[in-house]
Design a protein around this ligand. Structure first.
Ligand SMILES: *[C@@H]1O[C@H](CO)[C@@H](O)[C@H](O)[C@H]1NC(C)=O
Ligand SMILES: [Zn+2]
Ligand SMILES: [Zn+2]
Length: 310
């Protein structure tokens, strides 16, 4: 019971502690509703190897986040030198998104890089999911050499072949308007595959869990506020599907908003074992524009069939 009366200095300190987060929150609110954490890339227009331009280090962080580069030397990761590593990462990015691999941050590259996307990296463990590979699944039983577009996580993690019935639940933080679109996405995957899905109450155990989160939410892959990263999910048999709660979400195509069902179709693909595809029409293509509504594509269905040998 030492101090019922606040010492003036602790009072000032308390005010500071209380106001600091408000100041922080104010700074992070975008100035207009269409701004995105990826907007810094627009200011790098025309940059190429040899340039030293403010915020090149942010482009390095962006490309590192999605798997395109990794600096052993932290000094190079944080400087603004457009070096060989960045040049090669940009060219790989351009190839993945069907842009001429010039290494120049041109209009097309900026337009693609600033498009909102799934948070799951396009490259991991040295595997570039979006580049053609020999398709062992289809070529093993015939002489026809096929090239796959769909891809899997390293080591091809999947649900055990006996487990075709998967339960899912929504965390209590999921807005009620999101439940029907996510359920429809599960239904679409069920119609196209051997899987069936059923929702269980929030307080029960389930194979899959859907939640809405803001910024850092404890899984090591923080969300970034409006636009930028929209959602992410984990490979089998983890089961977690996370939406960025700060996005403008919609049911169906609404200008300036992102369709809940379209993102659910993509993220359920990850939950079942698919990685990103370079086929633009595939649901497993990584980027999503506001107002865009997509469905499962034959590339996605072929991918699941190949992964589960069906
Ligand atoms: C990049 O470097 C070139 C010279 O090689 C210079 O002319 C150009 O202005 C630089 N671009 C930027 C965006 O800094
Ligand atoms: Zn994804
Ligand atoms: Zn998460």
């Amino acid at each position: 019971m030492a101090s019922k009366i606040f010492h003036p200095i602790s009072f000032i300190f308390l005010i500071f502690v209380l106001l600091a987060p408000i100041g922080h929150a104010k700074r992070s609110i975008p100035s207009d509703k269409n701004s995105s954490p990826f907007d810094f890339i627009k200011k790098l227009k025309g940059c190429h190897k040899g340039n030293n331009t403010k915020d090149i280090h942010k482009l390095k962080a962006y490309l590192e986040e999605f798997g395109y580069l990794s600096y052993e030397n932290n000094a190079h990761a944080t400087d603004d030198d457009f070096d060989d590593t960045l040049d090669s990462a940009i060219k790989t990015y351009q190839k993945n998104y069907n842009i001429k691999p010039s290494g120049i941050v041109d209009d097309e590259t900026i337009s693609k890089m600033t498009t909102p996307r799934c948070g799951v990296p396009d490259i991991a463990n040295g595997i570039n999911y979006m580049q053609p590979r020999d398709n062992k699944h289809e070529s093993s039983s015939s002489n026809i050499h096929t090239v796959s577009h769909y891809s899997f996580f390293p080591g091809n993690p999947k649900w055990p072949s006996s487990k075709t019935f998967l339960t899912y639940r929504f965390f209590s933080n999921v807005p009620t308007y999101a439940i029907a679109p996510v359920a429809r996405a599960f239904q679409k995957w069920a119609s196209a595959t051997q899987f069936s899905f059923a929702q269980v109450p929030t307080n029960q155990n389930s194979d899959l869990v859907i939640g809405f989160y803001r910024r850092d939410h404890g899984d090591g892959v923080p969300f970034d506020g409006p636009r930028g990263i929209l959602a992410h999910a984990f490979s089998p048999t983890n089961g977690r599907l996370h939406y960025d709660a700060e996005e403008r979400w919609s049911v169906g195509s609404v200008k300036g908003s992102f369709d809940l069902e379209t993102l659910a179709l993509h993220e359920i693909g990850h939950l079942l074992g698919l990685q990103h595809s370079r086929v633009k029409e595939a649901i497993m293509f990584p980027t999503f524009s506001a107002g865009e509504v997509k469905n499962l594509n034959s590339d996605d269905i072929q991918g699941i069939r190949a992964l589960y040998n069906r």
